[in-house]
Write a protein that binds this ligand. Structure first.
Ligand code: NAI
Length: 509
């Protein structure tokens, strides 16, 4: 390696000291390195250093570092006036405005100033690392180093090699990331890199199913929290990030992938973006807000008091039927044991990736009495049920009343292959598989990056293994068939492991 990252005098330049640059400077200085910092706006770098000093003081008050260490870290941050002053740096990190021409101009200038072995990296969140580096005279020493906001709290950093990046550069960045107390993950350049690619599964599939009329923003959020185990639903998350960030990023990833249907943007996000209905920052988004900026969410309607006289559970899905029957007996329902339902029984089906209509018609069941129940996830905090378009309302209410009779809330969605959680999580898994298949990153690194960078309860591969690789594959295959939309075609990585009956983490030498 041309750079010894452990050297005591390692000097790191940070150009652009906004939200990201100051966070990067903070973790660099706290990691024992000297930081040279500059910004095009006069006074901005000094403001950033004051901000960092406050943050480190607070960390010392909380006991996460000593007062002396905090003071020493601040003393290691030096403000410089011009890019020429970056000459002593071993690594220079760019965190300026997200504009290709501005970034290219900066690196072209730096290349003439810095020593030949100085590594140059961009913290770009959406541009191709290969593209930024392509016009450099020495593109081999240029890479992506993608941090997450707020940097001191978000441990992940993506180390991205562009097509022309030399191997030693990413080796050094992996070590540098660790010295900054980050959790670096190595990948090759791809639209959305790793984390932002996987994040499309969550936000876009949620939006597509609301656009389709399957459910509401609030219900999708509730299901993804209570059923999927996510800290926030996709709409709550987009409210925080803002559609001014999420929508252009989604459109960009889709176009950079040459209109790959898996990343197809959603009209409900685009129209809100155009109308300036962005989320919390515009005080109105998918939710409305009160004067204290608390989201106004209509309470869920109380569960109906109705109960069915008897229930028949389709045996078509063995595991789902067993799970549901166990729950029904706990709820005190009269469960029929015949091979077919009696004339007035409520009919419950437990499809994997099928809609209630397909399950009822393909099994020769009366669609007016059929309700689908999602049994793939734990049914402890919330249950999701789905009628066919012609299910009699009395049967729908009886199913809802019965399944909510122990106080667990029930979400009723319109007919949809995969309910809500099945389809969103299947998309996340499918995108994870396509990242592994294209050798952008390893499966274990994909899971690590997704749990650290997106705070999901599981990464795509662990989700697949917990819910069943064949189940995920069936969800996608059924969606693909029912919608006739290549958006839902399973990735070959997933298909092969489903056929072989092995873990999604199984690598291919
Ligand atoms: P920001 O707007 O908070 O800060 C950018 C700073 O760069 C400003 O202080 C500005 O004065 C300065 N600047 C602009 N052009 C410059 C130039 N030519 N030379 C020197 N300084 C210049 O932006 P933020 O959010 O910190 O983003 C910076 C970069 O990090 C962008 O590329 C962005 O895409 C990326 N990023 C942002 C994330 C976020 O959540 N905000 C997450 C990950 C990456």
């Amino acid at each position: 390696m041309k750079l010894d990252v452990s050297r005591a005098d390692l000097t790191v330049g940070v150009i652009g000291t906004g939200a990201m640059g100051r966070g990067i400077a903070q973790v660099t200085a706290a990691g024992g390195m000297t930081v040279l910092m500059t910004d095009a706006r006069p006074g901005a770098a000094a403001e950033a250093r004051d901000f960092i000093a406050k943050m480190l003081e607070r960390a010392a008050e909380k006991g996460s570092m000593s007062k002396d260490d905090a003071a020493a870290a601040v003393a290691r941050i030096k403000i410089v006036d011009s890019h020429k002053d970056m000459k002593p740096c071993h690594v220079v990190i760019e965190a300026i405005v997200e504009n290709l021409d501005a970034k290219r101009a900066l690196f072209a200038e730096l290349e003439e100033i810095l020593t030949p072995d100085c590594i140059m990296v961009s913290n770009t969140s959406s541009m191709s690392v290969t593209t930024i580096g392509a016009k450099l005279k020495t593109p081999g020493r240029f890479a992506g180093f993608h941090f997450f906001n707020p940097v001191p709290l978000m441990k992940l950093v993506e180390v991205i090699s562009g097509l022309l990046t030399e191997e030693w550069v990413c080796d050094a960045l992996m070590q540098l990331g660790k010295r900054m107390t980050r959790e670096p993950v190595r990948l090759t350049d791809a639209p959305g890199f790793l984390v932002n690619q996987v994040g499309r599964g969550f936000s876009l599939e949620g939006s597509h199913l609301v656009y389709e009329g399957v459910s509401t923003f609030a219900d999708v959020d509730r299901v993804m929290r209570d059923v999927g185990g996510f800290r926030m639903g996709p709409f709550e998350l987009m409210e925080l990030t803002g559609l001014d960030v999420t929508q252009p990023a989604s459109a960009l990833i889709y176009n950079q992938f040459f209109q790959e249907p898996r990343y197809r943007p959603s009209l409900i996000m685009q129209s809100r973006y155009e109308a300036g209905v962005l989320g919390r920052k515009s005080k109105k988004g998918f939710y409305e807000y009160d004067k204290d900026m608390k989201a106004i969410v209509a309470p869920e309607a109380p569960a109906p008091a109705a109960r069915p006289a008897s229930v028949w559970v389709s045996p078509a899905e063995e595991a789902g039927a067993a799970k549901l029957k166990e729950l029904l007996s706990k709820l005190g329902a009269t469960v029929e044991s015949g091979a077919t339902p009696s004339a007035k029984a409520l009919i419950l089906v437990t499809p994997i990736g099928e809609d209630a209509t397909t399950a009822a018609t393909s099994q020769g069941l009366d669609p007016k009495r059929t309700i689908a129940v999602d049994t793939l996830f734990p049914m402890v905090k919330r249950r999701t049920i789905m009628p066919t378009p012609i299910t009699d309302s009395a049967y729908r209410e009886a199913a809802h009343g019965l399944l909510a009779s122990d106080g667990v809330p029930v979400t009723v969605c319109r007919d949809s292959p995969g309910f809500i959680a099945q389809r969103i999580i299947a998309m996340i898994v499918n995108i994870g598989c396509s990242i592994a298949q294209s050798r952008t990153a390893s499966p274990s690194d994909i899971d690590k990056a997704v749990t650290l960078g997106l705070n999901y309860p599981n990464g795509p591969f662990r989700f697949g293994d917990v819910l069943g690789v064949r189940n995920i594959h069936r969800i996608l295959e059924n969606m693909n068939k029912i919608y006739a939309d290549p958006r839902y075609r399973p990735n070959i990585w997933l298909t092969r492991r489903a056929k072989l009956g092995v873990s999604l983490l199984t690598p291919e030498p």
